[in-house]
Design a protein around this ligand. Structure first.
Ligand SMILES: Cc1cc2nc3c(=O)[nH]c(=O)nc-3n(C[C@H](O)[C@H](O)[C@H](O)COP(=O)(O)OP(=O)(O)OC[C@H]3O[C@@H](n4cnc5c(N)ncnc54)[C@H](O)[C@@H]3O)c2cc1C
Length: 278
């Protein structure tokens, strides 16, 4: 079995094109998913390509329309970068422990495609684009089209997540919250990202996304558009109806971490508290 360590990004693209390899970045998900007996090396079923050392994937650049975040940036480096939007900083601060955050990459959090991945609701709300590259082409895929189910994503075997592009926005009110066993080191039972822009008491932009309440992050563009143009008073008066509409799409499951009734109630409480804080 091949386990390759490319020296350059171009070499990584060639290697991915030539073999069926599993991309290994920080390994904080993959090493656990492929663990074997204690004190034994992980048991990978396919060859791997280690990209963690590729400096070409570690960058953050603000351009006129987009913030570009290289997929190899660690969660800790992104958290500490002055270009990072506050909403993403707030999420990163309560993701994992500092030790894990220094290994875990943003490309890995997206590539893992877990409905409980904490950066995901934030990236949905920020309309992030996932930039995929292969030796043949480069393409931008909206994050909600990239992730199609738990662990399932629209990436070809020879493609790599090169970067994440976050469009410039004028969202002035942002909120991230996560309910887990222990805040930072636990897998989320629920995560919530909200962002809005309100001017003269009227909602100009409103976006919310929920993690761990369905097979993928839940963001309902049609419900959001109904709120745009309403006054804050209108929204407060109709809060029950808004929550009931969202309730139709929040379909968590029971698992060892929590039950579905609790998850749904908490998700709607987070939404209510965000709306009433506008
Ligand atoms: C103790 C602990 C606590 C954790 N806490 C949290 C938490 O609070 N919140 C949270 O969301 N996660 C948490 N995690 C999960 C994990 O740390 C994150 O999902 C992390 O961002 C994964 O990044 P990585 O670089 O380690 O990914 P890896 O494990 O290397 O890869 C994960 C997946 O992404 C793919 N991949 C990686 N990079 C790329 C790329 N550039 N292009 C294409 N595919 C790619 C891999 O093939 C794999 O399928 C925790 C993990 C541990 C062990």
């Amino acid at each position: 079995m091949k386990n390759l360590i490319p020296k350059t990004y171009a070499e990584a693209l060639e290697m991915l094109n030539n073999d069926n390899l599993r991309i290994l970045a920080g390994g904080t998900d993959l090493m656990i998913q492929n663990r074997s007996w204690s004190n034994m090396l992980p048991d990978f079923k396919t060859g791997t390509i280690l990209i963690f050392n590729l400096e070409e994937l570690k960058y953050m650049v603000q351009e006129e329309h987009f913030l570009h975040i290289g997929s190899g940036m660690t969660l800790e480096d992104i958290k500490d970068n002055e270009l990072t939007p506050k909403l993403l900083v707030d999420a990163l601060k309560i993701m994992a422990s500092p030790a894990i955050r220094n290994m875990a990459t943003i490309g890995g959090n997206i590539g893992n495609a877990s409905p409980a991945g904490d950066s995901l609701p934030v990236l949905y709300v920020l309309n992030a684009l996932v930039v995929l590259e292969s030796v043949e082409a480069m393409r931008d895929v909206p994050i909600h089209d990239f992730i199609i189910g738990p662990g399932k994503k629209t990436i070809k075997q020879n493609e790599i997540i090169k970067e994440i592009k976050i469009p410039t926005n004028n969202l002035t009110i942002v909120k991230f919250d996560k309910i887990g066993g222990r805040k930072a080191d636990a897998i989320s039972k629920i995560s919530f990202a909200g962002a809005a822009h309100v001017k003269n008491n009227i909602i100009q932009d409103f976006r919310v996304a929920f993690g761990a309440v369905g097979p993928t992050v839940v963001r309902k563009y049609d419900l959001e558009s109904h709120l745009v143009g309403l006054t804050l008073d209108d929204v407060s008066l109709n809060i029950k109806e808004i929550l009931s509409e969202y309730g139709k799409y929040i379909r968590p499951i029971d698992d060892q971490r929590s039950n579905k009734e609790y998850r749904k109630e908490v998700a709607l409480n987070l939404l209510e508290s965000f709306i009433l804080s506008l």
